[in-house]
Design a protein around this ligand. Structure first.
Ligand SMILES: [Zn+2]
Ligand SMILES: [Zn+2]
Length: 233
């Protein structure tokens, strides 16, 4: 009955799925069309590169980076962009299961070889979480954890300020400002390596800011993974 009223839809294009596609979570056509990132990729942000001659994309060459690396499954094309908007702002929390499965397929080796002890979702401020009802990064981390067995710490890192006034600031000042909005709350927990989890890596400033806060709290290495990453050629 529920399936008739609310048929399962493709996480990528939002069309109703055929019976044989339900397990996949997206249409077969979307699965073939969407670009999964393969080598060569930027060593830092994980964006696809055009040739093996480079290790870093143009953006990462002068981007401050305290995290070890980020890996993403998809390049940030229109289809993925629209899907992540629905996931984040339009209550399509069921996408977490789809993306969690895709991440587990693609990034299992990355997670295992990093040796991280915990997955840490990028936090949203509690007011925003209340309004939206969920934090998409947390849902995603929970799903990934089911596959890789690494625990999720979702109260370890919090966002203590809702907004950051960024107008008229230099990039470095913006980063510093952003850094001040995050806090580690459970500093009795000693962690060596952790994996930040988010839906999208664009400028990398959120992941960089969170990394700095974690390193200050005594974590030795911070890795990151996201569903998508912007083009950084
Ligand atoms: Zn589709
Ligand atoms: Zn890069």
């Amino acid at each position: 009955m529920l399936d008739v009223l609310f048929p399962k839809r493709c996480a990528l294009c939002d069309n109703v799925l055929r019976g044989d596609e339900i397990g996949l979570g997206c249409c077969k056509m979307c699965d073939e069309r969407v670009e999964r990132i393969r080598s060569p990729r930027c060593y830092a942000c994980g964006a696809p590169l055009l040739s093996f001659d480079k290790e870093l994309c143009d953006d990462c060459i002068d981007r401050p980076r305290s995290y070890e690396s980020n890996r993403a499954v998809y390049a940030y094309g229109d289809m993925v962009k629209d899907s992540l908007m629905r996931f984040k702002y339009h209550n399509r929390r069921e996408y977490a299961a789809f993306y969690g499965q895709v991440i587990a397929e693609e990034l299992d080796d990355y997670i295992k070889s990093s040796g991280v002890q915990a997955l840490v979702p990028i936090p949203v401020h509690k007011n925003r979480r209340k309004k939206r009802g969920y934090n998409q990064a947390e849902l995603l981390a929970n799903e990934i954890s089911r596959y890789c067995g690494v625990k999720v710490l979702n109260k370890y890192l919090i966002r203590s300020q809702e907004t950051t006034a960024q107008k008229g600031l230099s990039n470095l000042e913006r980063l510093k400002n952003l850094e001040n909005t995050f806090n580690v709350t459970q500093d009795m927990i000693q962690l060596d390596k952790v994996m930040l989890v988010d839906d999208i890596f664009t400028t990398g400033s959120t992941i960089e800011a969170c990394t700095r806060v974690l390193l200050r709290a005594g974590v030795s290495k911070v890795y990151a993974l996201t569903v998508a990453v912007g083009q950084g050629y």
